[in-house]
Design a protein. Structure first.
Length: 121
């Protein structure tokens, strides 16, 4: 009787463990999705600011090249963050990543590039 109870408990425990694992995966996936959506909206905001600054500069208004360059630098930074986030979500999904050294497409799970030996992640 006690043996059967243990078996039931062990079965239950593994069901709970795998459910917890799934919840964790779904959570990290949705967190990444939210972060990317936030980043995308910030990026769009900077594109709008850039358009406005360019317009004002063209009209001989208040915008200076320094302001425009600062916005462009921020956009470049945001795009790099977005790229890094997309690369890491590809790794999580087990897809492919591009080797930063030789440009070869490498399986997301690989630690080293099979083409040039660069350490990935
Ligand atoms: Zn490589």
């Amino acid at each position: 009787m006690a043996g059967m109870f243990d078996e039931t408990m062990n079965g239950l425990r593994s069901v709970i463990d795998s459910a917890a694992k799934r919840t964790q995966d779904a959570f990290s996936g949705s967190k990444n999705y939210v972060e990317r959506a936030k980043l995308r909206s910030t990026l769009n905001d900077y594109y709008r600011r850039l358009g406005k600054a360019e317009y004002e500069a063209a009209m001989g208004g208040v915008s200076s090249m320094a302001e425009i360059n600062a916005i462009i630098a921020k956009i470049t930074e945001l795009r790099q963050q977005m790229y890094a986030m997309e690369q890491s979500s590809k790794v999580q999904r087990g897809g492919t990543v591009t080797c930063p050294t030789c440009g070869r497409l490498v399986s997301g799970g690989d630690t080293f590039c099979p083409g040039c030996g660069t350490k990935l992640q």
